[in-house]
Structures are given as structure tokens and as C-alpha cells.
Write a protein that binds this ligand. Sequence first.
Ligand SMILES: Nc1nc2c(c(=O)[nH]1)N[C@H]1C(S)=C(S)[C@@H](COP(=O)(O)OP(=O)(O)OC[C@H]3O[C@@H](n4cnc5c(N)ncnc54)[C@H](O)[C@@H]3O)O[C@H]1N2
Ligand code: MOO
Ligand code: MG
Length: 613
Amino acid sequence: MASPQTCGILTVSDSCFSHQKEDTSGPALEKAFRKAFPDFQISQKAIVPDDLQQIVDTLNKWVSEHCNVILTTGGTGFSPRDVTPEATRAVIEREAPGVTYAMISNSLQITPMAMLSRAVCGIKDKSLIINLPGSAKGSVECFSFVQECIPHAVALITDQTDAVQKLHKKVQKRVRFIDGCGPSKVITDNVADRPRESTYPMFEVNDAKDVIVQESQLEAEVERIAIEVALHRVLAEDVLSYDDVPPFDASIKDGYAVRAADGDGLRRVRRALGAGDAPEVIPLQEGEAVRIGTGAPIPAGADAVVQVEDTSVVTKEGGEEVEISVNKMPVKGQDIRRLGCDVSKNTVVLMRGERLKGPHIGVLAAVGKSTVTVYKPASVGIFTTGNELRDHYEELQPGQIRDSNRLALINLLKEYNYDCDDYGIIKDEPDTIKKAIATALTLNDVLITTGGVSMGEFDFIKRVLVDDFGATIHFGRVNMKPGKPTTFATLTYEGSKKIVFGLPGNPVSACVTCLLFVVPLLRHLEGANEWEFHTIPHVVSVSKQSTDARPEYMRVIVSYVDGKIVAKPNGGQISSRLNSLVGANGLMLMPGSMLPGREYLSHIVMIGGIVDM
Ligand SMILES: Nc1nc2c(c(=O)[nH]1)N[C@H]1C(S)=C(S)[C@@H](COP(=O)(O)OP(=O)(O)OC[C@H]3O[C@@H](n4cnc5c(N)ncnc54)[C@H](O)[C@@H]3O)O[C@H]1N2
Ligand code: MOO
Ligand SMILES: [Mg+2]
């Protein structure tokens, strides 16, 4: 029969050693350890003073006796006699900072004093040594934060391959109900013991937006592309004009170039100049005119253009004009477009951060730019989760539904010029989700998932992000309807920073949160100056009491009726009814818990242009 695994509990305290005080933490730890691991034997117990050598000697002795786990209590603080960490460090061969981190980070949720802990954990030979604080409460509490890892750690240290494999399997299979960033971290294998309230703090929408921007610092890459393919891209440079536009003084009208000082009356027509002709260099003489077309260069000596409507023919020869009369007194500079009046040479015509539309590209062409440096959009991946989901072309079995989120989101993002890599429908299984996240993050910087972020026993997204990817969940709940369980996380994968949006499964919730959170972030990451949707204030009178305390983004059709803005709800507003977004051009933010008969100031997020009714 294999010998039982063993534990030693070492109390480090001058006052307990000298019997001035009763040792309560040693026995409390023993009780907690026995309860957690009834199969272990407590093989060693001792009390030593806060003396480095005595602690080192005791630890070394227990290690040589193959004690599997050694818990110390006391001597981890800041007072001069606190030397347990130094003694432990002198003994261990390999440090286990993750165990220390788990204790401190969890303790910080309870008291800021936890930051004064200097506990050290590590491995010597076949023993795991864990420093715990001195008080009975503190030591048992800290033990509870790390106890979960002890059997696995011991199996690894003592090289028990079978036990390690069994444990891996168990860990992969079990359902762990864990709230990663809430104040009370709950870890349990049993559905009956899961938290019945989410422990993720509820974020207000604006705070959530701020956090997204703060936590999403990705370096936007740039590329140089031809202006012919630059539509919708964001400029990564200030564009200088190479040339004046127009590059010469040009006529604004079809008419006659004249000298204004000659006044009205008779002019001899010297010649005709059309757009594209080389400028006339022989200066205009007194009483002369040059017939000129719109866009043609103003001849030397001329300082005004008289439009043809203000002239009449006086003499003609062989169908050609010889003399004309200027019937309206010309003014100097009249109808002349000066060199550089649209754009002058070497000035900034377009600024970094501008998104290129048709006119922008026209300006680039006008100033002679054939390529521009633009930002590359972040690469985005998407998958949907749900055991109930089938592709739209598949036959449905009872209980199944078609996946509408994926195609809705991929195409919604396409409307804003973001392409998405599609990773399909993923089952509600931690391992499958883990693999899908890993694949997507290998290729993409931003991952969008839908479903599996709420309170259900098959909602695994948050847990997989935290457990398998060490993600930081910046928020896991937002005070909004639809979209409450919206989750935003960042993590480092293969050395690169990644961003994950866990959008809710309900189709409207997924689309609305994509519009409010994902699209603005993608614009921001792309270096665009304008990344938020425009909002307009709007006063709404309410006829029915609202039952939900959450502020609601109603899908509305915004129109002008008799010159006034009117916003009409676009049909039923339940989170599953995607039709509420079909044709909607606004998301009207209504406060929660509205009372009937009252007026409220709302803001409408414009996701389309206002229509005329
Ligand atoms: N006890 C609680 N339950 C729920 C809460 C809550 O606070 N406490 N929040 C509700 C809210 S609000 C939302 S929104 C949903 C979000 O849930 P999940 O993100 O976990 O999404 P699922 O449970 O996976 O699915 C929800 C719903 O949406 C349908 N769905 C999912 N994916 C798709 C898809 N790709 N295409 C079409 N429809 C999809 C799914 O079948 C479910 O009906 O949680 C509430 N529950
Ligand atoms: O927030 Mo949920 O998105 O109400 O359906
Ligand atoms: Mg759910």
C-alpha cells in the first residue's frame, strides 16, 4: 500500500514559543487542512521562535523526512523579527510565486493590509512550503485560497504521473462556477453551490466605454496603398499638396478675358482660349479681349472675365467674332479663380486620422498624390457559442435554432468596413471553447464571441478566458438593456496583446453591443479621429411605466415630421427580435424605471441618417 501523503505545520512566533501566548493558528490550520484533505497525515507539528536559523533547520529537517506539504504560520510581516520569508527562501530550490499571488490577490479583496504580506512559497526536493500569515483567521483564509492546487502540486512534485493525468481530466471535465473579477470569488464543482448573483460589478455604459479604450492599446500598423483602393481607409499621415490647385489663374466663366480698366464698350477679339490650351503670353493690349472658356488660363495682361451673357457681337467675319461690346462694367478680378485658391502648394490638405471618402480621394488626385499611408484595421475574428445553434442551411432538430448572430455581426461589421474571420459555431464546452479561442487569437487581435456570458451552467466564456488564458475581465456586466452580460477582456497570447468581447447570446443584444462597444473601438484602434456615433438629444413623453431599472437602448426610426424630430419604436423590443434593428436608424437611450405621464431627455445614438416622413 502506498504510504499516505504528509503535512507539517510550523508555527513561527516568539510569544507562542515562550508560552506567553497560546498558539491558535497552528491548530486552526491543522483543522482546516484535515477537513480539506482527510487522506493526508499531519506528520509534523512544531512551534519555533522568530529565529532564522531555527526556522531553516526545522524546514530542512521536515523536507529530509519527505513531508509533502509544509505550512508555516507567522513571521511574514514587516516587523524586524519577521524572518519566515527569508528562512523559506534560504531553504527552497524553486519558488512558486503563483501560490503567493493567489493568496495576496484574494486577501486584498478582504483587506488592503494584505499588501504588507511578504509570504514566500516554493519547492525543496519533494516538499511544497507555503508561508501563511500569523493570525488564525488570516492563515485559514489564505490556506482556503490555495488549497485547491495542493493535491495537484504534490502530484507534480512527487512525479505521480497517474494522479496528474487523472486530475487533468477531472479539471477539464468539471464545471467550475467562477466569477473572475467579482469581489467574492466562488469556485465550486457543484451546480447547487454556484453563486446565485453575479459577482461581476455592474458597469455604467460610459464607464465601460472608457475602460475599453484605456485597456485596448494596440499598435496600429500602417501600409502604403494606391489612392484608387483607399476608400474608407484612415489616413496615417498629414497629406501635403505637391501643387497649387488650380495651378494657374483660370476663368470661372465662359466669356471674354479683358482689362477691367478699359471699362465697358467695344473690344477687339484677339483669339480664343479653351480649357487645356497653353496660356497666352503676349499681354493683352488696351481695347483687346480674348474669348475664353471655363477653366482656361487667363491670358497675360487680363484681370477680369466678362461672361458671355453680358456681351454682344458688334462685327463678325466668316462666322468669327471680330469685335464685341462689353455691356456691363467689369470689376478687377471678376470671375477669375486664382492660382492656388483651392489648395496652395505645400500646405496640409488632409489630416492624419481622416477616413477617406470620395471627395478625399478626389483631393488626393487633385494635389498629385498617387499613394497614401493608411492604418491597417485590427484583425477581427468571430465565433458564436451554443449547443442549440445550427447553420442557417442546416435542418433543425427539436430544440435547435438557426445561428443568426454570426452572419448579422459579420455583415454589420462589414457595413463599417471591418472584415471578420469566421470561426463558426462552437459548442458550450470549456475545452471546445478554449480551442476556438486559441485558434482565433493565433490569427486575430480582436475576438468577438456571442453567448455563454450570463448566469447559466453552460455559460463558459468568462471562465475559459480567466482559467485557460489568464485573461483580465475588465467588466462582465453592464447596466443596459439589451446587453447586460456584455463582457470585455484583455489577455496576452503568444506574446501579443489580445482583446475579447464576449457579447450576449440574444441577437439584438449582440448587435446593439457590437454597435455601441465594438465598432467604436475598431475605429479608435484604426486611428480614426471620429470613432463614436453621433448622438442627438430628444425629449420623450412616456405613456407606460417601464418595468426594468436598466437604461434601455430602444431601436427607433428617427424622422422629421413637420420639421420636428420624431423617434418611433421599431416594433417589439424583446432582445431576441432582430427585426427591431431592421430599418432602425437610431438607438434611443431611455432611463430605467420610467414613470408614465413624465417627459424624459433621451439621447439617440444615430446609426443611420434621419429620414423624411
Ligand atoms: N439568471 C439570469 N439569466 C439571464 C440573465 C441574468 O442576468 N440572470 N441575463 C439575461 C440576459 S439580459 C441575456 S442578454 C442573456 C445572455 O445570455 P448569454 O450571453 O449567456 O447567451 P446564451 O445563454 O448562450 O443565449 C441567450 C439566448 O440567445 C440565443 N442565442 C444565442 N446565440 C445565438 C445565435 N448565435 N443566434 C441566435 N440566437 C442565439 C439562445 O438560444 C438563448 O435564447 O441571458 C439572460 N439570462
Ligand atoms: O440584456 Mo439582455 O441583452 O436584456 O437580453
Ligand atoms: Mg446563457
